[in-house]
Design a protein around this ligand. Sequence first.
Ligand code: GTP
Ligand code: MG
Length: 136
Amino acid sequence: AEETLILVKPDGVARGLTGEILRRIEAKGYRLVDLRLVDADRELLAAHYAEHEGKPFYEPLIEFMSSGPTVAIRAEGHRVIEGFRSLAGTTDPTTAAPGTIRGDLGRDWGLKVQQNLVHGSDSPESAARELALWFA
Ligand code: GTP
Ligand code: MG
């Protein structure tokens, strides 16, 4: 079956929302295959976010993702990549639809980077690449 990488980012872990986010993933019907708490170092984050290098939010993003532990999840299910992106909602938590993780639990804190609680791989290629990084 298809697999994806889901991250509960440091804001989600710090706010105690890991359980609520895992609950939503499981309630949707996806299976947790593997899960770990990671203090991501710069090397891992630079590889994970290589596509954003040079953008104005890149440095704040790496700093934010280094600010505390992240929960990395290997999840499985038919169309889980698309399905989790839908559960997560759009990138900006202020306008993400209610009913989604970002829309229900997130907001803009006026910082240089959008703290939006979760990450989900956006394609099968990204999922394979990101799972290899976080579950090396
Ligand atoms: P991920 O699942 O985390 O990859 O989110 P995404 O796919 O919805 O967004 P994207 O990959 O485009 O950007 C990665 C992360 O960078 C986002 O989750 C935000 O934390 C941050 N980010 C993206 N775009 C912006 C932006 O325009 N402004 C700011 N301040 N942060 C951004
Ligand atoms: Mg992305």
